[in-house]
Design a protein around this ligand. Structure first.
Ligand code: URA
Length: 267
């Protein structure tokens, strides 16, 4: 299927071909026959315990599943996010002091999503509309989401920074330090099964590493804030894909999305 997709995309210049949308995410398949071509599954807590390679040393940071606080009921997550948005806009040490943006971009999607995408910071179009990933990169992200059978409304999309940095530059560390506790709280409320880190800054922040995206991409890793380990798959930022529109980049991104699809039992 991947070969067929690549061939089609080479001919049509399309990166992601939507698969049939799913009404609700089914549970991961138990005991499905192993496919040697299939992308690797996300780590389990057991994997984290006996980790080597990219997962090594992350369990302490990730904490233990046993100690995780109870999850909010699905119906309480939306109101909790709205309350957090109001608190963020009033109290965020970064967003309440910068003046270069038009409005904050809190994030949007299903408050009970199993899949969360996290980018860097709002761009021009996002700053204008107050919505994340609605510019050119956002259109590409929409294609990526559809390629695994989901609609944008079924996932949750947010950024590390909720205000557009001046001139679209990469967020500075003090800006990340000021705003990101609100993202951490957002993740805690939504509690997705999988987070896709879009690009280097998101991957570095979520995984607390200085490793570059080229090395991190396609490797399952773990985000944890004390008691809550969540599988993270770093991939390229869709804007990077648009700038580096090569077969190699498109193939890597396709593979990453396939891995996410398999991890959520959507394949
Ligand atoms: N790039 C990002 O990282 N986030 C957005 O919301 C838009 C573009």
């Amino acid at each position: 299927m991947a070969r067929q997709h690549l061939e089609t995309s080479r001919l049509l210049g399309v990166d992601f071909i939507p698969v049939r949308p799913v009404a609700a995410a089914p549970a991961a398949r138990q005991g499905a026959a192993a496919d040697p071509q299939a992308p690797p599954p996300p780590p389990t807590v057991e994997d984290m315990r006996s980790a080597s390679g990219p997962l090594q040393g992350q369990l302490e940071f990730a904490g233990s599943a046993e100690a995780a606080p109870p999850e909010l009921a699905a119906t309480k997550k939306g109101p909790a996010l709205e309350a957090l948005r109001a608190r963020h806009d009033k109290e965020c040490p970064h967003c309440t002091t910068v003046t270069d943006h038009t409005q904050t971009v809190f994030g949007e999607g299903d408050p009970d999503a199993r899949l969360m995408f996290i980018g860097e910071a709002p761009g021009e179009e996002e700053d204008r509309t107050g919505r994340p990933f609605v510019g050119r990169a956002g259109k590409k992200l929409d294609e990526m989401i559809k390629s695994i059978g989901l609609e944008r409304e079924q996932v949750y999309i947010a950024n590390i920074l909720k205000s557009r940095p001046l001139g679209n530059r990469t967020p500075l560390q003090p800006e990340v330090d000021g705003c990101s506790p609100f993202l951490a709280e957002q993740i805690r409320i939504i509690r997705p099964k999988v987070i896709v880190a879009l690009g280097g800054p998101a991957a570095k922040f979520l995984l607390r590493t200085s490793e570059g995206i080229t090395r991190l991409r396609g490797q399952w890793s773990v985000y944890g804030d004390g008691a809550l380990p969540i599988a993270v798959l770093p991939t390229f930022h869709p804007a990077y894909l648009l700038r580096n529109y090569t077969l190699d980049t498109r193939k890597k991104m396709w593979t990453d999305m396939q891995a996410v699809q398999a991890a959520l039992g959507l394949d």
